[in-house]
Design a protein around this ligand. Structure first.
Ligand SMILES: Cc1cc2nc3c(=O)[nH]c(=O)nc-3n(C[C@H](O)[C@H](O)[C@H](O)COP(=O)(O)O)c2cc1C
Ligand code: SF4
Length: 610
């Protein structure tokens, strides 16, 4: 330990040691070790990281690299109570920015900083998946407060200033409702007389796989890949050990269906994972739960413990001789890119969540090089139903190319936000009518990386062959400025870029800057047609030159809103020709200082004759 031992408090080291022991000093559990240690120590100072690195046999550089990657890890002191306002566009539409300003004013703290006494820090975070009951905020990454309003923020400030512990805050503040507005197959749950899981698993692995193939099920996480084809590839891959991962990262802003499935139908999700494990021959299962859903952890652990006690997990699971399968839950730490399956696997292995170069694909070499199937929460839930009622039954619902039902997380300008489940092929107009949305200008289907659909196209259907969706359905009425919506999403992508590839790291930032220029179009530095053309160039570069889906879809909102709401851009780009939005002469001042030039020739646009 050397010098570090002097700097590192004994209490922090003791807390870290307890966590390290719980994770059996497994270096692959690094993200979990950091998260649990920080829950006690509030932040992760360098000596503590060095201690953890030593205990796990890792370099300090590696551990610091991981701690620095995830937004929920702090390497500098933070407030004793840490408050993060959810910053989805729907939170903003509900007034989150004014509430954040109100709280900061009451606490005497600047957003993103700690107050003078080190008691509080207040900041923003990406969407917390509570858009139907926002504005929302996270308390110490651990709990959520929903339905914020001015009165609640005032009362919150009173409690914080009085030093009242979180445990004594009103319980009603932490209520998270399921908000199911329209249930079809999945949200209604398994029928009471449905066959048990052991009865289902009495079938051969091939029969289970054939059933999923017959259903035509396609993944619900966004890409819509045929589930049976993915499973078959994993089953066929070389290797003795296989892994099933449930992707519960649900980071796409505006999406909250997986939260409800895990809260209400966890058994169905775990059933689906167990069916997958049996079909592909896996021994190990993980749920990768986003850090924002930490509040679901105790109840999920309880369900898993019950299932182990019932013999549904563990050795000879479900009474199938030789089928040893168990499930562990790993938590994310506030990085949207970790929803991308190969980044998720890196994170599961305790590393930075950087997407992998493919091939090999996860089904060939995933978690620790083992063939790995990653599926979305809703996909596994669908499997639980298909395994009981048969593939042909599921294939009879929806359309020929898009079978079964789909759950939509509806938020924004409508009377009844919440979850709506329909057969695939249902029109956008139908969903709008059911959720009580009037005078609608556009719907963002599938989140920022999905599509912005204008009113003229509301007769289109949500289906893989028409408008595909990962589940978000954000409604914007005619009072909303779609340019500002696109600018908000652009900031989201720039914030969440993992930085691995230059077109995405730099390109997403350049998009934000140019949109900011359009937004502040006044005086010198007004935008022109030139700026619009550069935005289109950036769209091309990002779409074709980036390494993963985040970069590829980062300009989708920009492209869609430019196409459908071009006036919003035209009004903001009225300069007859390009105007720089920086003072170029002022920018050269440091060069003049360094070179000792004070003469007129060292200035741009000088009036002085040469
Ligand atoms: C930036 C990015 C974020 C993603 N986030 C999620 C997510 O939160 N949940 C999810 O299931 N899939 C997400 N995906 C898709 C996954 O990579 C993967 O395709 C999916 O989990 C596969 O499951 P499925 O076949 O059941 O859809 C994301 C992809 C990208 C590129
Ligand atoms: S596209 Fe963006 S998020 Fe994806 S790997 Fe490249 S830098 Fe990272």
């Amino acid at each position: 330990m050397g010098d570090n031992a002097e700097v590192l408090g004994g209490a922090a080291r003791t807390a870290a040691d307890a966590v390290l022991d719980r994770w059996q000093r497994d270096p692959h559990a690094l993200v979990q070790v950091l998260r649990e240690t920080q829950a006690v120590t509030h932040y992760l100072p360098r000596p503590l990281l060095a201690h953890i690195a030593g205990a796990l046999g890792l370099t300090l550089a590696h551990v610091e690299g991981v701690a620095g990657f995830y937004r929920f890890f702090h390497t500098r002191p933070v407030g004793g109570t840490r408050l993060l306002f959810s910053d989805n566009i729907t939170d903003r539409m509900l007034g989150s920015e004014a509430l954040l300003a109100q709280l900061c004013a009451r606490l005497g703290v600047v957003p993103g900083e700690v107050d003078a006494q080190g008691l509080f820090s207040v900041d923003r975070c990406s969407c917390t998946g509570l858009c139907d009951q926002g504005p929302a905020l996270l308390v110490n990454h651990h709990q959520v407060i929903t339905r914020l309003d001015a009165a609640r923020v005032d009362a919150l400030a009173d409690l914080l200033l009085a030093g009242t512990p979180v445990e004594q805050w009103p319980a009603a503040w932490f209520a998270v409702v399921d908000g199911v507005q329209r249930a079809d197959l999945l949200l209604s749950g398994l029928a009471a007389d449905a066959p048990t899981l052991p009865a289902v698993l009495a079938r051969s692995p091939q029969a289970l796989l054939d059933g999923v193939a017959r259903s035509g099920l396609r993944g619900r996480g966004g890409a819509g890949f045929p589930t049976a084809r993915k499973w078959q590839a994993c089953r066929d891959a070389a290797g003795d050990l296989r892994v099933v991962v449930c992707n519960a990262d649900e980071g796409e802003p505006g999406t909250f269906k997986d939260r409800v499935l895990l809260a209400v139908h966890a058994d169905a999700v775990f059933d689906g994972m167990t069916v997958a494990a049996r079909a592909i021959g896996a021994q190990q299962g993980f749920v990768y739960l986003r850090g924002e859903y930490r509040f679901l952890l105790p109840q999920l652990e309880e369900v898993l413990a019950r299932r182990r006690a019932q013999g549904l997990l563990g050795r000879d699971a479900c009474g199938v001789a030789g089928f040893d399968f168990n499930i562990a839950i790993h938590l994310g730490a506030g990085a949207y890119v970790c929803g991308e399956e190969s980044a998720l696997i890196e994170s599961l292995e305790g590393k930075r969540g950087t997407p992998r170069i493919r091939p090999p694909f996860p089904v060939q070499a995933g978690y620790l090089g083992r063939p790995t199937v990653v599926n979305n929460v809703e996909t596994f839930c669908a499997v639980a139903h298909i395994a009981r009622r048969g593939g042909a039954w599921w294939a009879g619902i929806g359309t020929a190319q898009s079978t079964g039902t789909k759950i939509h997380s509806v938020s924004g300008d409508c009377a009844r936000p919440g979850l709506y489940e329909y057969p695939l092929g249902t029109t956008i107009a139908q969903i709008l009518a059911d959720c009580g949305a009037g005078d609608v200008q556009a719907v963002q289907v599938g989140g920022p990386s999905g599509a912005c659909v204008p009113a003229s196209e509301f007769n289109r259907a949500i289906a893989f062959e028409d408008v595909p969706s990962a589940g978000a359905f954000m409604v914007f009425d005619r009072t909303r400025d779609l340019f500002e919506v696109a600018r908000h999403f652009a900031r989201f992508f720039a914030h969440e870029s993992c930085g691995l590839c230059t077109p995405c790291r730099v390109g997403t930032e350049l998009v934000v800057r140019r949109l900011d220029k359009l937004a502040h179009a006044r005086g010198a530095g007004r935008a022109s047609a030139f700026d619009i053309e550069r935005l289109l160039d950036l769209d091309t570069v990002l779409h074709s030159g980036t390494h993963c889906g985040l970069g590829a879809s980062a300009c989708n909102p920009l492209r869609d809103t430019m196409r459908h709401f071009g006036d919003a851009y035209a009004q903001r780009s009225t300069a007859p020709q390009f105007q720089p939005d920086v003072d170029l002469d002022a920018e050269l001042s440091s060069a003049r200082r360094v070179t000792g030039r004070t003469d007129a020739g060292a200035h741009l646009h000088t009036d002085t004759p040469a």
